[in-house]
Write a protein that binds this ligand. Structure first.
Ligand code: ZN
Length: 198
């Protein structure tokens, strides 16, 4: 789920649980785009809207089911009090590296599930390779074993793409490819064009 700041700028992606806790405490509102119009809902109104959606378009949404009611998971929420700018740095972590490489082994090029992939240091740590965006890639277990503690040149293996730091969270790019998240796009473009350069 995408979080906007008070000025409708995308700041980060969050879990449904975290988003509902913000909504429930009145720190955020749901932004829903219907027929090209932005509609804002507080938590109680969103629950009522959810009842209608559950009846008429249950497959268009993901649902959180509680004992008393079901509520549609919103795709965008806006923090009503927060106007800081988006965090510019993409965190270097396993999840973001896998997302940047789209779960493709950067040596054989095949796509794997997360559990079949490891993180490879292009220049191995044993040869003073650093843990940076430019030196870590997704690697399948077979290629990992084959490469061992060697550089690609030493191992006679080539990288399929040159690793680098993504401009924005690769998790956002992944979600954008799903049509359910199409409504995010204009907020991200807005953020891209309006973030102050330093
Ligand atoms: Zn591989």
């Amino acid at each position: 789920m995408l979080i906007l700041n008070r000025n409708y700028m995308a700041i980060r992606v969050t879990s449904a649980r975290r988003a509902f806790s913000l909504l429930y405490r009145d720190l955020a509102e749901v932004i829903h785009i219907e027929d090209g119009q932005y509609l804002a809902y507080d938590f109680d109104t969103w629950r009522e809207v959810s009842e209608l959606k559950e009846r008429f378009e249950p497959h268009e949404h993901d649902w959180v089911r509680t004992v008393r009611f079901n509520v549609a998971v919103p795709r965008i929420i806006r923090l009503t009090l927060y106007d800081r700018l988006p965090r510019k740095d993409v965190k270097l972590n396993r999840r973001n590296i896998f997302a940047r490489d789209e779960n493709h082994c950067q040596y054989c090029g095949k796509k794997f599930t997360t559990s079949e992939l490891s993180i490879d240091h292009v220049v191995p740590r044993s040869q003073n390779g650093k843990t940076t965006w430019e030196n870590v890639v997704c690697c399948c277990l077979a290629c990992n074993v084959r490469k061992g503690g060697r550089t690609p040149v030493q191992a006679g293996m080539a990288l399929i793409t040159k690793p680098g730091k993504p401009r924005r969270s690769p998790m956002i790019n992944l979600q954008l490819s799903s049509h359910r998240y199409r409504s995010w796009k204009q907020f991200l473009d807005h953020a891209y064009w309006s973030v102050e350069l330093k």
